[in-house]
Write a protein that binds this ligand. Structure first.
Ligand SMILES: *Cc1c(COP(=O)(O)O)cnc(C)c1O
Length: 362
């Protein structure tokens, strides 16, 4: 028997997450993973690597709780927000029986994580304005234990309306956990639902240091929820999810100075986003630039595959979103440095507004 045949059926069937790193490319302008373009400088001080680390490093938890405006008992730290996504499935979903629900176009890991564990993925496409289709969600809640929504949504960049998030939480009461993915919330902090935890025992909020904190390589994320829910996640998390150097750097990133630098980065990215948006609107090949509350712009092009390839050949790597429902012709552009934004515009300007040959699907 081949090793492949020994694997679980759902693993044999699994299409792994197509991360920006896995997709490759040989560019020098990386605008495909919503990373911050410059590396922050940190010195891990840990000199006790002979010892196992704390499962939930107290200083990191205390600092994140203070930053997020919640209590330390409402915070779980994990190996990136991606691990938080997975822990929720492991704690709440019975394989082969329960389902998760999410609303495309959105982040790909909800579905991949569920598939890995043999948990049904149910999708309810968002409406044309990328808001939640609440009646359709209500009609599809049978066996759903976990609902993932993303605000600001990746890749569309829009916030979900607070009223519809409230309605979703009311609808799910006693039935399912609602996980609100706030990976980009630093770019619009007033929109966080962290203040709602007191009202909803079934609310979980996903956060990360990978985006505005410029630490995607650190692999550090957070789940905010009430203590009863956090306790369940702590039952299924690995005994030592964070290495000591990671905990050490995370604590530094969450110090008063770390937060000041983060807010400064957010300001710079917002200024570059505005510049890029306005410049894109003057390019012939651009059909529509969507408003964004995040560190990326979703853009519809008249000939997206040509644009993607043309920039790829010039070392500018974007993220193709053309295959997501409702996003034909769309590419996602991470906001880089001003120079990188300029490179994008310089590459786009010469491209024609319409193609003479019919565009091939990507
Ligand atoms: C980047 C991202 C994550 C993953 O964050 P990590 O902490 O790097 O695992 C989660 N959700 C969304 C919407 C993201 O864009």
């Amino acid at each position: 028997m081949s090793i492949e045949n020994l694997a679980r059926q759902n693993v044999r069937d699994l299409t792994p997450y197509q991360s920006a790193r896995r997709l490759g490319g040989s560019g020098d302008v990386w605008l495909n993973a919503n990373e911050y373009p410059l590396a922050p400088s940190f010195q891990p001080a840990a000199d006790n690597l002979n010892r196992y680390p704390e499962c939930q490093p107290a200083q990191v938890i205390a600092r994140y709780a203070e930053y997020a405006g919640v209590t330390p008992e409402q915070v779980l730290v994990s190996r990136g927000a991606d691990e938080g996504i997975e822990l929720l499935i492991r704690a709440f979903c019975e394989p082969g029986q329960d389902a998760i629900l999410y609303c495309p176009p959105t982040y790909g890991m909800y579905g991949v994580s569920a598939e890995t564990f043999g948990v049904e993925r149910r999708t309810v496409p968002s409406k044309a304005d990328w808001q939640l289709d609440l009646p359709a969600i209500a009609a599809n809640l049978d066996n759903v234990k976990l609902i993932y929504v993303c605000s600001p949504n990746n890749p569309t960049g829009n916030l979900l309306e607070p009223d519809s998030l409230r309605a979703l939480l009311e609808m799910a009461k006693g039935k399912a956990i609602v996980a609100v993915d706030e990976a980009y919330i630093e770019f619009c902090p007033q929109a966080s639902v962290a203040g709602w935890l007191a009202d909803y025992p079934h609310l979980a909020i996903l956060r990360t240091l990978s985006k505005a904190f410029a630490l995607a390589g650190l692999r550090c994320g957070f789940t905010l929820a009430n203590p009863e829910l956090i306790a369940l996640l702590l039952k299924v998390i690995a005994p030592y999810p964070l290495s000591s150097p990671v905990a050490d750097i995370a604590a530094q990133a969450l110090s008063a100075e770390g937060l000041r630098l983060m807010r400064q980065r957010v300001g710079e990215i917002a200024a570059n986003r505005l510049w890029l948006q306005q410049a894109l609107e003057t390019c012939a090949c651009v059909e529509q630039v969507f408003a964004s509350d995040s560190n990326y712009l979703l853009v519809r092009f008249t000939a997206a595959s040509n644009v993607f390839k043309s920039l790829w050949d010039q070392g500018i790597i974007l993220r193709d979103q053309n295959k997501q429902p409702g996003l034909s012709g769309c590419l996602r552009i991470t906001i880089g440095t001003r120079d990188e934004c300029q490179r994008v515009i310089d590459a786009l300007r010469p491209l024609p507004g319409t193609t003479t040959t019919r565009q091939e699907p990507l």
